[in-house]
Design a binder for this molecule. Structure first.
Ligand code: PMP
Length: 416
C-alpha cells in the first residue's frame, strides 16, 4: 500500500466557527455515494450470512464460492484445528484479559511460539495480536530516530505505519527495483543503522520480490533485513517458509514477519529471528506490551494449524495447480492480469476504472462468486483490481466453474 491517503485542501472557516474534522473525508464519502447511487451493492460491506467451508459461504441468501479470503491453505475448517480451539475454550476460558508481559501469557502462547520456531527453524518467535501490530511493533522499535528504513514503495500499510511510529528516516524505492534500492543504500551516511524492509509476495498484484538479489545487496551495505511473508507462509518454499526459503536466502534474513490471518486460518501475527538479543523485544516493543494477548482458543488453533502446515506439501501442490489454471484461463478469456505468470496464490484482474470494476464485482457476486474489489490508495498506480486469492481446498472443478462465471460477468459488463 502506498503511503498517503491524500489530504484535500482545508476548508476556510470563520473566526469562532469550529472546523468539522470529518471534512477531510468528503472525497471518499462522495466516491462511495457515487457508487451506491448506481443501485449496486456496496462492495465494502458484504455480509457472510453463514460460512459453509473455506471455499463456500451464504451471501445474500445465495451459495457463493469464496475467491477472496487469503485462506490459502483452507485451515479454517480443519477438524484438528477446530477441536484444539474448543478444548482451549473449555480449559482456559474465552480470553486472557491481559498483556503478554503481565497476566496474558498462557501455556498456549508459549506452545504457539514453539511451533513457529520449529516451522521456521529459528531461535526466537514472538506472537503479536495481529500481523499489523507485528510490523508496527518490530519496525518502530528497532528503527528509531537517527536510523534509516529503506523500503519498497508498494509496502503494506502496517509497514508504513511502523516506519512513521518509529520516527526513522524513511527511504522508499521503486517497486522490486534492485538498482534503485542499492542507489538509496549508497546515499545513507556511513555508520547509520539501516533496516531494509521487503515483502515476499506483494498482495495487490500477487507478484514476488527478487529476494535473493535484494537481500544480498542489503547485506553488502551492512543493513539488517526484515521480510514480511504474510502471503507466502504455508504455501511458497519447500517447507512453506516463504519466498526467502524458495530463493535460498532465509539464513541472511534478520526478521521474518507473518500473520495467522491467511494460511494459518485464524488471527494473530508474529516475528521470528535468530538475533541473539531478540528476546529483549518483549520488554521494549509497545504494540506487544500495551495490548491484550490473543485468546487461548486462537493460539491453540494457530499452533495446531502451523504444525499441520509443516506437512502440507500435497496441499501446496494442489494450490499451485489452482493458481496456474486460473491464471491461464483468465488470460485466455482476455482479462488483463497483474503478473504475466502465476507467481503466488493471488491472481489480480486489472479493471479499466472503479465504476466498471465495481460493476464487474457485482456481476460476479450475482453469479455466486466473491472476489476482493481493491482500489487506491491500497493499490499501486491508482489501479482498480479484482483480486482473486485461491485456496488449496478449491477443487479443480470449482476453478472451471469460476472461469465460466468470469466469462459471463466479463461479457455482461463489457470488459472482455
Ligand atoms: N502484512 C501484509 C503484507 C498484509 O497483507 C497484511 C494483511 N493483509 C498484514 C501484514 C497484516 O496482517 P493481519 O491481518 O494479521 O493484521
Amino acid at each position: 500500500m502506498s503511503e498517503g491517503i491524500s489530504q484535500p485542501d482545508r476548508p476556510q472557516t470563520m473566526a469562532g466557527e469550529s472546523r468539522d474534522l470529518f471534512s477531510k473525508f468528503d472525497e471518499t464519502i462522495a466516491m462511495r455515494e457515487g457508487l451506491l447511487a448506481s443501485g449496486m451493492e456496496d462492495p465494502f460491506s458484504l455480509v457472510m450470512e453463514k460460512v459453509l467451508s473455506p471455499t463456500r459461504a451464504i451471501c445474500n441468501g445465495r451459495d457463493t464460492i469464496l475467491l477472496g479470503t487469503y485462506n490459502y491453505m483452507g485451515m479454517t475448517f480443519d477438524p484438528d484445528v477446530i477441536q484444539a480451539g474448543k478444548d482451549a475454550l473449555d480449559n482456559f476460558g474465552s480470553g486472557t484479559t491481559g498483556s503478554r508481559v503481565l497476566n496474558g501469557t498462557y501455556q498456549g502462547h508459549k506452545e504457539c511460539e514453539e511451533a513457529l520456531k520449529e516451522f521456521y527453524a529459528m531461535d526466537h518467535a514472538m506472537v503479536f495480536s495481529t500481523g499489523y501490530q507485528a510490523n508496527l511493533g518490530i519496525i518502530s522499535t528497532i528503527a528509531g530516530k537517527g536510523d534509516y528504513v529503506v523500503l519498497d514503495i508498494d509496502s503494506h500499510a502496517s509497514i508504513w505505519d511502523g516506519c512513521a511510529m518509529g520516527k526513522a528516516e524513511i527511504v522508499p524505492f521503486k517497486h522490486n527495483d534492485i538498482e534503485a534500492m542499492e542507489k538509496r543504500l549508497k546515499r545513507i551516511p556511513e555508520g547509520a543503522g539501516v533496516l531494509v524492509v521487503l515483502e515476499g509476495v506483494y498482495s495487490m498484484l500477487g507478484d514476488i520480490a527478487p529476494l535473493k538479489e535484494m537481500v544480498a545487496v542489503a547485506k553488502k551495505h551492512g543493513a539488517m533485513v526484515l521480510v514480511d511473508e504474510a502471503h507466502s507462509m504455508g504455501f511458497i518454499g519447500d517447507n512453506g517458509r516463504g519466498v526467502c526459503e524458495q530463493a535460498g536466502c532465509i539464513d541472511d534474513v534478520d526478521f521474518i514477519i507473518g500473520t495467522f490471518s491467511k494460511s494459518v486460518g485464524t488471527v494473530g501475527g508474529f516475528c521470528v529471528s535468530n538475533h541473539p538479543k531478540f528476546e529483549i523485544m518483549r520488554l521494549v516493543c509497545r504494540p506487544y506490551v500495551f495490548t491484550a494477548s490473543l485468546p487461548p482458543s486462537v493460539v491453540a488453533t494457530a499452533a495446531t494449524s502451523i504444525r499441520k502446515l509443516m506437512h502440507g506439501s500435497n496441499k501446496r501442490a494442489h494450490l499451485w495447480e489452482n493458481s496456474k489454471r486460473l491464471h491461464a484461463g483468465l488470460t485466455e478469456l482476455g482479462f488483463q492480469l497483474g503478473t504475466d505468470q502465476p507467481e503466488s496464490a493471488i491472481v489480480a484482474v486489472i479493471m479499466p476504472d472503479l465504476e466498471r470494476g465495481a460493476a464487474m464485482w457485482g456481476a460476479l457476486l450475482k453469479e455466486g462468486l466473491y472476489v476482493n474489489l481493491a482500489r487506491p490508495p491500497a493499490t499501486p498506480a491508482n489501479m482498480t483490481l479484482l483480486r482473486c486469492s485461491l485456496c488449496a481446498e478449491h477443487s479443480s472443478e470449482e476453478v472451471e466453474t469460476i472461469l465460466g462465471m468470469f466469462e459471463r460477468a466479463g461479457k455482461a459488463v463489457g470488459i472482455i
